[in-house]
Design a binder for this molecule. Structure first.
Ligand code: SF4
Length: 296
């Protein structure tokens, strides 16, 4: 069995920086994170051990200092927190901030805001939280339900697959041919790289293992992308979730992971897969260039 790692996988800089910020501040004073800092149970458990608390809303915070997650928040939400006397640490990813700026710019220029993403996702709530009117779409039906406006300004949640985003933008143009549609691509580069690498992996492998939190949107999107390319896909959170039966007839097994998955978790899943390759282990950093390591 050959094990191939995606060329881009695992934790992105935005999540890494947010975790580091939480750890640094937690060592100095009690802090509360407003929402899930990352959608990964192992990371959250580690932060809990370090004394980091979690609250859904500012009114539930019992510490003097609170943290905005990498997913960002609306100005309204942050003002609400400050009005309650909280001192805020802002771990919003710079690429999420860039999506906020793109949306504000479109609205200031008179475009009706359309956000491609998951309506209930914290990042989308942050993007839309200061808007008087807007639409969130993720399906063709939702695009058809967008009210008639002369000018649409479209952005997307940073972790949406770019192919889906572009398709929905084209559908909006078809539904409203008389309207102007301005699209700003706010899908982040780490997401694009992981999506592209996952696609290549799925085209090359019989089975793909995607490692990441059950609540992680970008991990679920990697699962979906691999499934669409014909590979048998399994989503695992840790090595204990793996089953040797999945690999009985597999010759090539791909490994990828979402942007909130810690390196240690990826390594432990890879180690379990390696352990099952007892005759001959072939590893590669790229689906196109393979290095063969034979073990006797
Ligand atoms: S997935 Fe993209 S936008 Fe989100 S934290 Fe990572 S780099 Fe930033």
């Amino acid at each position: 069995m050959e094990i191939i790692r995606a060329t881009h996988l695992g934790m992105c800089f935005g999540v890494r920086d947010a975790i580091a910020l939480a750890q640094t501040h937690a060592a100095l004073q009690p802090i509360t994170v407003l929402g899930q800092l990352v959608h990964n149970e192992d990371v959250l458990a580690d932060l809990k051990v370090r004394g980091v608390r979690v609250a859904k809303e500012p009114k539930s915070v019992e510490t003097a200092v609170a943290m905005i997650t990498a997913h960002g928040a609306s100005d309204h939400f942050k003002d609400q927190a400050r009005k309650q006397g909280l001192s805020l640490i802002d771990a919003t990813c710079p690429l999420v901030k860039s999506a906020h700026r793109a949306l504000q710019n479109l609205v200031a220029r008179g475009y009706y805001p359309v956000i491609i993403g998951q309506r209930d996702h914290v990042e989308v709530k942050g993007l839309s939280g200061d808007l008087m009117e807007f639409q969130v779409v993720l399906t063709s039906d939702e695009v058809r339900a967008v009210p008639e406006r002369p000018r649409y300004g479209v952005i997307s949640q940073t972790t949406q697959p770019i192919a889906r985003v572009r398709s929905l933008v084209e559908q909006l143009k078809e539904v409203h041919p008389q309207s102007e549609v301005e699209f700003v691509d706010t899908v982040c580069q780490p997401t694009k790289l992981r999506q592209q690498a996952a696609q290549a992996l799925a085209e090359d492998c019989d089975v793909v293992i995607v490692v990441g939190g059950a609540q992680s949107n970008n991990t679920r999107e990697l699962v979906r992308t691999c499934g669409l390319r014909g590979a048998t896909v399994y989503h695992v959170q840790r090595p204990e979730d793996l089953s040797p039966a999945w690999f009985e007839n597999a010759t090539k097994v791909g490994l990828t992971a979402g942007t909130s998955t810690p390196d240690a978790t990826i390594q432990s899943v890879a180690a379990q897969l390696d352990a099952w390759c007892h005759d001959k282990l072939i590893t590669s950093n790229s689906p196109t260039t393979t290095a063969i390591l034979a073990f006797s």
